[in-house]
Design a binder for this molecule. Sequence first.
Ligand SMILES: *[C@@H]1O[C@H](CO)[C@@H](O)[C@H](O)[C@H]1NC(C)=O
Ligand SMILES: *[C@@H]1O[C@H](CO)[C@@H](O)[C@H](O)[C@H]1NC(C)=O
Length: 454
Amino acid sequence: MVHHPPQRQKTTALWWGIIAVIHFSSSLASSFVIQPRIWEYKNRHEIGYEVAHSISSRQSTATLITNQTTMNSNMASNFCEEMNKEIAITTKESGTATSVLSKTSDDITPILLLNGFGVGSFHQHRLIPCLLETNSEDISNQRYRRTIYCVDYLGQGRSWPKDCQDGRSVSEQGLQYSAETWIDQIVTFIEQVILTEQASNKVHLVGNSVGGHLAAYIAARRPDLVESICLLNPTPVWGLNLPGWSGTLPAPIVPKAIGRFLFDRIRDLRTIEQFLEQTYSRREAFTEELMHQIRGCTLGNGGHAAFASILWSPPLKVTPDSTLKENFQDCLSQVPCDVLLVFGKDDPWCKPAFAKKMLQALDQREPHHIHRYIEIENAGHCPNHEAPQAVAHVIRTWIASSNRSKDHLALVDAGNNGQIIFQEDWGETRISERSAHDINLGMMDRLATTFIYR
Ligand SMILES: *[C@@H]1O[C@H](CO)[C@@H](O)[C@H](O)[C@H]1NC(C)=O
Ligand SMILES: *[C@@H]1O[C@H](CO)[C@@H](O)[C@H](O)[C@H]1NC(C)=O
């Protein structure tokens, strides 16, 4: 039995109440499960993660198995809306469902989805079903069994130190909510959880925003673990490294007060909505539920300390103790695997202008390391959530091929003016493949990219 601090009971009950399995299938013979789980990291942190995979059996009805009725119907109606498929709900004992996951020899390289800042694995719940969609041929020959993991970073979503006391508990002492800590957490997670459960030596990393930033550093540092990376509007910078504190808890008085002040303002529902309006290309693409899920992540007992620590923590370096000045470009030029850049065009921050810079850095690598660039129209900073079908199409094509060079693998068919159109509930999205030459920089773009990479 897992212990939770009483202050977090409401949120945690909601999440941990989901016992084991969301099991889903449709008339397309596409079915999958998503299992919420907990992993203990360094004996002092409880990490929330999820495992999803397709099921290679023919089932005509969908079931969603949880122990909590409210969450059941919420999530079920969500899936219905998003996937426009018929589902039914049943309730089962927890033990029955867990046997679905077993180590099998025909597993293929798993995917680890890395979230952006301020969200949990719930932000991947539109992408997962699209990634796992299988056609009946795949199912009948039992070959297709892709497993997808999502993990919440420490201090985000469902992952917190045990008995959080806003920076004062034993499990928080000496903790720094830095990108460095998250990388250690993710690498340990890959080694201890994913590669232990799956018959594979490597993972594909798919990261949005700060998740893309982290994915590139993980690939550069641990090429033995990473088959390829797919960066969805990755942030070109992370870690403000503010003066006067290293970000290591407990926080001194001033950073603590500033962190508290800012954190209480940004987690206001109206502020979250305004922020999402900027983040998404279309207002219709995000729901009230997403706003509440994001706010829900901030209600724990460690949020203030985590936020202050994140603000003050330092940026990453490819070699952690290096004294050289380094930026994200330097990291990308050292990534020894295939890299797919996918940018929602309407992102107000991580614009295609940054993709151009990133492509230039990737060009410095050995030519056998492939990099490609896909642009999505009508999507903003979070294509995984705003353009799930488009993103899934590209990723599935990308990871299914071992030779990802442009001459060998078409990510977007040559027909239709080199575009593919996807119909989401909130409107159309389109993908096209572009090169660095195709990206025109306006004056503001030049200023922004120069400022960031000065
Ligand atoms: C399921 O929920 C019921 C009622 O909330 C609770 O009594 C029971 O212990 C839960 N079962 C499990 C396996 O957690
Ligand atoms: C990948 O495909 C291209 C084009 O067909 C070919 O030139 C290249 O040699 C292939 N690379 C590998 C590693 O097979």
